[in-house]
Design a binder for this molecule. Structure first.
Ligand SMILES: COc1nc(N)nc2c1ncn2[C@H]1C[C@H](O)[C@@H](COP(=O)(O)OP(=O)(O)OP(=O)(O)O)O1
Length: 178
């Protein structure tokens, strides 16, 4: 799986925008907005594109705050393993709309529906909301749903790579099918 991004918009009333995923990976779960990075994109470009496609909100890449880098590991199905650069955004325009992928709503942060989210989120989303920045591993169990291991470090700053997608695109362009 390609690297991914994940964005949590927060409004002036301190509500978080979450979407219930209508299809694909994480179907039926509430989450922020994101998806796979496309060749040639930076992580921030991916994040604002996915935010718009999935929620209708428009953000500038420079207004994203990078708050976490997660290595989501699925040892029992390696095809699911991926990293995710995770952002909070408080400045945006546009109207929230239902899309093919997500049905979204603004939720007060003390009413986040963790029981309908990925397990693990209950641990780290509150940390992000109080301002911590996190880097680490979350490893899932045999059913690819429960957390077997969570090893997260609080960091001063999440180092953002702008290179991965470009290298990926370069390799795709310059490698013949075997
Ligand atoms: C496993 O724990 C996870 N928790 C949370 N909160 N979010 C997760 C977890 N694992 C993945 N995610 C996020 C990261 C990305 O935003 C998406 C997955 O991206 P994916 O590319 O698979 O999703 P699609 O929307 O189907 O992708 P495209 O639109 O790019 O096709 O979930």
């Amino acid at each position: 799986m390609r690297p991914t991004t994940l964005v949590f918009p927060i409004d002036e009333h301190n509500r978080i925008l979450l979407g219930c995923k209508k299809r694909g990976f994480g179907q039926g779960k509430y989450n922020g907005f994101g998806g796979k990075i496309e060749p040639g994109e930076t992580f921030r470009q991916c994040a604002v594109r996915e935010l718009y496609e999935e929620s209708g909100l428009v953000a500038n890449p420079q207004d994203l705050e990078c708050v976490a880098l997660f290595d989501f590991q699925f040892p029992f199905d390696e095809t699911l393993t991926h990293i995710s650069y995770t952002y909070v955004v408080r400045t945006f325009t546009g109207d929230v709309k239902e899309t093919d992928e997500m049905e979204s709503r603004w939720i007060p942060i003390d009413e986040i529906p963790y029981e309908h989210m990925w397990s693990g989120d209950r641990e780290w989303i509150p940390q992000l909301l109080k301002g911590d920045k996190l880097v680490g591993i979350i490893a899932f169990d045999r059913d690819n749903s429960g957390v077997d291991l969570m090893k997260l470090n609080i960091v001063d700053e999440v180092m953002e790579s702008e290179l991965v997608a470009r290298i990926d695109a370069y390799i795709e362009e310059n490698t013949e099918d075997l």
